[in-house]
Structure formats: C-alpha cells, structure tokens
Design a binder for this molecule. Sequence first.
Ligand code: FAD
Ligand code: NAD
Length: 468
Amino acid sequence: MSQDSQFDVAIIGAGPGGYVAAIRCAQLGLKTALIDKRKTLGGTCLNVGCIPSKALLHTSEHYAFARKHAAAEGIELGQVGLNLKTVLKKKDKVVSQLTGGVGMLVKKRGIEQITGSATLQADKSILVQTEGEETRIQATHTILATGSAAVELPFLPFDGETVVSSDEAIAFESVPEKLIVIGAGAIGLELGSVWSRYGSEVTVVEFLPKVAAGYDDDVSKHLERSLKKQGLRFHTNTKVTGVRRTDAQLTVVAEKKGKEMTLPADKILVAVGRKPYSEGLGLENIGLATNKHGQVETSKKFETSVSGVYAIGDLIAGPMLAHKAEEEGVAIAEMLANKAGHVNYDVIPSVIYTEPEVASVGLTEADAKEKKIEVAVGTFPLSANGRALATDATDGFVKIVADAKTDKILGAQIISRNASEMISEIVTHMEYGGSAEDLGRTVHAHPTISESIKEAGLAVSKTAIHSL
Ligand code: FAD
Ligand code: NAD
C-alpha cells in the first residue's frame, strides 16, 4: 500500500533534536511530519539513554545509602535487600511516562507522527517502511536527526549478552558479579556507579591517564578518589587489547606500561564513545556523504550541501548531548520560519551524574592555558559550606575560571552533589556576559550549597569570606 503526503518540514529521527524541532516547527505554523523507527518518541535519550540511566542512578543511590550510610545517620534498617525486578519496572515506568508525554505533545500540536524506517530518495522524497507498508513523504525541508550509536571495539564485538553497550547495561536482569567497564567517560562512570552500588565488583579500564577526560586534572582526580572510596576500581593509562573465552571464564586482556594484565569478567560494558548514525538513511541517494567521523557536515545554519536538507544533534559535529540537540532543533525550526535561530555553543553545560556529580561549562583552566588566555581562578571547597556539612555533601569544590584582565567568566567546573542543578547559575551568568564579581555579589539563600558558587566567584579576586 502506498500513500502520498506533502509537508513543509519532514524530520527523520524523534530524539531530543528531532521531536523538539517538530514541536517548534508546529508552533511556528509549519505543517510537520516526524518519523522514527521506534514506536515511542524521545530517541536514545528518553528510551535508552539520559532518562533510564538517571532513574537507575537514583534508585541505586538510595540502595547504597540504605546499605552503607543509613546507620551512621541513626536509621536502623536491619537487613537491606534488593529487588532488581522492581528497580527495572520503575525505570521502565519513568521511560514510558515521559515518552508517552512527548507523544501527547506531538499529537496535540498537530504533528503527523509516522512510525517506520526512513530512506531518502533521489528526488528528495522520503520513503518510510513500516511492517509491509510504504509511505512516501514529500517535504519542502527535510531535517536529519538520526542521532548516534555506541562505538564497538573491533576485537570485541557486541553480543548483547556478555559484551554489551549501554543499551543492555541499563537492563541487566541480575547483578553481574564482576563487571569490566571499558572507558571512563560519562557512560562508563554513570553505569559503573549504578552496578557497583547494586553490588557488582566494577573495574573501569581507561586508555587515557585520567577519568572524565574533559575536566581539569584536579576535578578528574577528585572524582576518581571519590569513586574509589565507593568501591570502583580504576586502571588508567591502560589499553584493552583483547578478550579470552573459555567455557568457565571470560577474561579481558589489557596492557599497562607494556605489561599484560588480565581481568576476569561476567559482563563487559564497552563505553568508548558513540558515533553518528546514518545507516539505511540513504544519504548516498541524494549525493550526501559523511566525513571521516561519520558526521553529516552542515553550514552554521544546519544546511547540508544538498539544498533543503538540514542536519542536527548527534549526527553533526559538537558534543553529543541531549540539550545541544534540543537547542539545534529549536534553532533550525526558527530559521525555517524565517526567524533568527541561534545556538550559543560557548555555554553548553555537560554533566556526569555520579556521586558527587561533576559539571562543567565553557573553558577549563587547561583549555585557557592552551589558548594562551591569562586567567584568574577561584576555588571553594564544599567542606567550608554549612549546608554541605549539615547534609553530608562536603565531597567536592567549585572552580571558576575568569579572564585575568576583564574578570569575565570563561568557564566553571563543579564537583558536588547536585552539580547538575548548580551549573545552571553559571551558565546564566555566562550567557549574559557576567563576571566573577557578578557571581560574588549575587545574593544566595543561606544555607545552600550554591553559596559555594558565590564564594568561588569571590575567590577569583581572593576575597572569599569563608575560606582563606
Ligand atoms: P537520538 O536521541 O539518538 O535520536 C535519533 C532517533 O532517530 C532514534 O530514535 C532512531 O530510532 C531514529 N532513527 C535513526 N535512523 C532512522 C531512520 N532511518 N528512520 C527513522 N528513524 C530513524 N545526554 C545528555 O545531555 N545528558 C545525559 O544525561 C545523557 N545520558 C545518556 C546516557 C546514555 C546511556 C546514552 C547512550 C546517551 C546519553 N546522553 C545524554 C546522550 C543523548 O542521549 C544524545 O546526545 C541525544 O539523544 C541525541 O539526540 P538526537 O536527537 O541527536 O538523536
Ligand atoms: P565518552 O567519549 O564520554 O568516553 C569514552 C571514554 O573511553 C574516553 O575517556 C576514552 O578515552 C575511553 N576509551 C576510548 N577507547 C578506549 C579503549 N580502547 N580502551 C579504554 N578506554 C577507551 O563516551 P561514552 O561515555 O561512551 O558516552 C558517549 C556519548 O554519550 C558521549 O558523547 C556523552 O556526551 C554522551 N553521554 C552523556 C551523558 C551525560 O551527559 N551525563 C551520559 C552518557 C552519555
């Protein structure tokens, strides 16, 4: 069966980039189609990424608190048990509530939701295949938002059972006794934390000299120390070279300073990055090719080399983050409606949701040094913050990097409980071109951990009140 439909905009991929673009297009009066292979909307982020991982981080944090810390707070719980089925059910419920909510928003905005696999055709129409049915879509503008997929190590292909990506590691049906995590980035540290809290012996193997590579050394070291205290093991400067399998044992083989290392494993989570995904999209049919990173290249206005075809989100250059994809979704929709869409790439925050969380925005101190920008740095330890002391959250610090001449904030890093929420204050100051003094002179409620941001702002000019 075949149907023909004409739209102002057709969007392929309903992740944070695609579905947000669709909503904004509809708000601006454009007749919009949103196509995804998945029945549920929200892409990687809502279905198998940001949201399920945060649900697991939340429940596992409670479990770890009950097991390890409640007694010290005077809470006597007796024997603490784990019902993993309930944990997974709760995570799945959160996912279905959120994907259902997005589905409702899309429907109420009058967006045509089409479920199926989309392939671009030579005449720039889109063929959508759904279980034996084909739909052909014509659109004035096409936005590609097909996202990304986990990178596989050539000598360690995913098997969905023992060698897995995050897709499976958010849904293990039992707690693996020994979990080897390859890669100490966001996925490795977040999901490594989850399974460590649930009782796995977690060993993280990282190629680089440090964990959380995008952060300054003082932040990365602090995070590694905190996670080690929680029981995670780390081998940095270590390269995984292979795997040995016998009937009885799976062993990861790695190399550290020229020496071979063997690590027994029940499961191996490969978390060495993600790559743009355009399989089956038919880019070649319209004369588009990807670059050596697998990205679709675009102009600053998100247009590809084929007129009328645009790309956003993980499929193009830039950090692979949901909020970056969302901002691009809004910007492209506004541009297509002849408005001034814009993304400020200098102030895109990033967070790793461990305990403590790490969050950053703008330039690190190391970035500034590399760019030969003279900076003044202010730090403030959470151990000197009253609210942090009262709530057992003293593990961490705030670091502000400001221009030494103008005092303008160039970047910040926070390692703290709820750093993900705290970083927004600095993002806002940076968005308006704020200075470290502006942070220091902004009234903060007392007692709050956010007062550490004010103090770090003051520390840039060595005028912090509660530290020397
Ligand atoms: P995606 O969300 O990947 O969506 C692309 C969609 O396109 C998919 O639904 C796919 O089915 C569809 N598609 C692909 N090809 C076709 C086709 N030919 N036809 C039809 N449909 C197609 N980011 C954060 O900012 N914060 C976090 O906390 C965070 N946590 C994460 C945790 C994990 C475990 C993972 C894996 C990722 C996480 N991310 C996080 C990254 C975030 O998920 C991505 O940056 C974001 O989803 C990218 O959005 P997107 O719209 O570009 O693509
Ligand atoms: P990543 O790029 O964040 O980290 C991958 C790590 O693996 C790096 O430290 C890298 O040095 C290491 N590595 C690469 N090859 C290796 C090898 N052969 N042996 C050992 N280590 C190796 O990638 P990720 O953690 O897989 O996450 C993928 C993407 O998803 C990222 O772009 C990230 O932004 C996004 N994500 C974001 C969040 C968040 O915002 N909280 C959470 C999860 C995922």
